[in-house]
Design a protein around this ligand. Structure first.
Ligand SMILES: [Zn+2]
Length: 123
C-alpha cells in the first residue's frame, strides 16, 4: 500500500525533527501532494491517523495541499502546465510529455512528488 509507506516516512521525518528541537507535540504537518503521485488524500489521512496514534503527532492536523503538474522543455525553454491529450480509441485523457511549442521532450518539474512543506511544533 503506497499511502501507508508514504505516511510512515512522513511521520518518521517529522518525529526526528520534533526530537531534534525537543518539541512536546506536533501541532500541524503541512504536506504537498503532487497530482501525479497516485496518492489518495483520503487513504493518506487514514494511514496518518492510524500510524500517529500514541505518538507526539497524535493530535496534529494534517494539511494537504495539492500541486498541479508542471513541465519544462529542455529544447525551447517552455514551462507550463502539463499538456493533456485525448486518446479517443480508449476514451481517455492522458498527460503527454511533449512540448506544445516545439514538440520536444519535456521534463516534469512539479506534481510528481510528495513532500513536507512545514511543520508546527509545540515546545
Ligand atoms: Zn519546447
Amino acid at each position: 500500500m503506497h499511502e501507508l509507506s508514504m505516511a510512515n516516512s512522513i511521520i518518521e521525518t517529522v518525529l526526528s525533527e520534533a526530537n531534534r528541537r525537543n518539541a512536546k507535540a506536533v501541532l500541524e504537518v503541512h504536506l504537498v501532494v503532487g497530482r501525479y503521485t497516485m496518492l489518495g488524500p483520503d487513504q493518506l489521512r487514514y494511514c496518518y491517523k492510524l500510524l500517529t496514534k500514541d505518538t507526539p503527532l497524535e493530535q496534529s492536523r494534517l494539511r494537504i495541499e495539492h500541486e498541479e503538474g508542471r513541465v519544462r522543455c529542455g529544447r525551447c525553454g517552455f514551462e507550463g502546465p502539463i499538456q493533456l491529450r485525448e486518446e479517443p480509441q480508449y476514451h481517455l485523457t492522458l498527460p503527454t510529455l511533449e512540448c506544445p511549442i516545439c514538440e520536444g521532450a519535456v521534463e516534469m518539474v512539479a506534481g510528481r512528488s510528495c513532500y513536507i512543506k512545514s511543520v508546527r511544533l509545540r515546545t
